[in-house]
Design a protein around this ligand. Structure first.
Ligand code: BYC
Length: 328
């Protein structure tokens, strides 16, 4: 796969012979599966790639709280409300681990958050879609967290130590989120009214394609994959993970008794995978360029939360400084 990406990737990758001594030692360390740690030498472009990916990932976690926050006050029971609040809190925690991992690379948290708030940083396309009914909370947990897990399990073995270690806890928690989402849907399908069952199908219809887009552009249009695979930041290509997600998810869909809005979805005996229809990449590109259904709403909510929380950050800093003085 790596050789194929070197051929199809947009940039030509250096061979070991073309590298200087420091870079060669770095690549050999990666090839030997030894983690890169914060204080080790690393090429500037490796550092930049990681800061880009980890900051985008952190932003996704905290923007990802917003579509769910929409349903806290309208959860159908106290139990569902508590579960949803716990999930949203977990996501805030994931953002914190990831921003901390990013800081070990020398990035400044305030600067990166400012890039998010001024529209200069990306975050996952999926969070620019609305959550219109209660079944969306189930479908987000099942499909969005489900896709996130498929993408993030291999990141537990990513070459940069602090990122890999942060992913271990994130994956455990995402697993719980995926199950609680699926349980919401299963409950609605088995015990709900006809209208509630229709809500489940409607949520799946709206979120299926956006969930597949979470894995990023197809391999031949993914400018970063070849180098990220060579550095073992990414362990699998976007298309490999997308296929893995579909193969895992369709049997679960069948247990629910629902369908996905893809007439071309079909089990392929020869490949041992599901074939699926064409993804609307125009839609994906529009969303990541800031023109999805909820991009403006999400960024406004983030900016307001940041401004309204300024006093909390100031108080926390003042408290930490006071404590430090008392110790000195
Ligand atoms: N949305 O060369 P490519 C979660 C961008 S789950 C927006 O393939 P790369 C959560 C990409 O950044 C979601 N942008 O890039 C779950 C690049 O742009 P730049 C977060 C996307 O980095 C539940 C360009 O397209 N997960 O947080 O090699 C509840 C070309 O793409 C998307 C992660 O972030 C997208 N879907 O591969 C709450 C996982 N896809 O930067 C929260 C870590 C691609 O060159 N990240 N782009 O301008 C990754 O694994 C990789 O960054 C990706 C993309 C597979 C996403």
């Amino acid at each position: 796969m790596y050789a194929q990406l070197v051929e199809t990737g947009t940039k030509k990758l250096k061979t070991l012979d073309e590298m200087g001594p420091e870079e060669r030692a770095f690549q050999e360390r990666i090839d030997a599966e030894i983690k890169i740690e914060a204080k080790n030498w690393m090429p500037d472009s490796y550092r930049k790639t990681l800061i880009r990916q980890i900051s985008q990932h952190a932003h996704s976690e905290i923007v990802g709280m917003l579509p769910e926050g929409n349903w806290v006050t309208r959860a159908p029971t106290l139990k569902r409300k508590l579960q949803l609040m716990a999930k949203i809190q977990d996501e805030a925690g994931h953002g914190l681990y990831l921003y901390s991992a990013m800081e070990t690379l020398g990035a400044d948290r305030d600067e990166e958050i400012d890039k998010l708030h001024t529209g200069r940083a990306k975050y996952s396309s999926i969070f620019n879609y609305p959550t219109l009914n209660w079944a969306d909370m189930g479908a987000v947990g099942w499909l969005v967290d489900g896709a996130a897990i498929v993408n993030q399990v291999p990141l537990q073995r990513t070459s940069y130590g602090p990122y890999a270690r942060a992913m271990i806890r994130v994956c455990k928690e995402e697993s719980f989120h995926q199950r609680q989402g699926y349980e919401i849907l299963l409950h609605m399908m088995r015990h709900g009214t006809e209208a509630q069952q229709e809500m489940v199908q409607d949520a799946i219809n709206r979120l299926w394609w956006p969930a597949l887009m979470m894995f990023g552009p197809s391999d031949e249009h993914s400018p970063n994959s070849a180098q990220s695979m060579a550095w073992k930041i990414k362990r699998h290509t976007n298309d490999e993970l997308r296929q893995r997600f579909i193969d895992q998810t369709i049997p679960q869909l069948e247990v629910l008794g629902c369908t996905v809005p893809d007439p071309d979805l079909k089990w392929n005996e020869e490949t041992g995978h599901y074939d699926f229809g064409e993804i609307q990449w125009d839609e994906f590109n529009r969303v990541i360029q800031g023109h999805g259904p909820c991009n403006t709403e999400r960024l406004n909510a983030r900016r307001n939360a940041h401004e309204n929380g300024a006093w909390v950050r100031a108080a926390a800093v003042a408290h930490a400084e006071k404590k430090q003085k008392a110790v000195a």
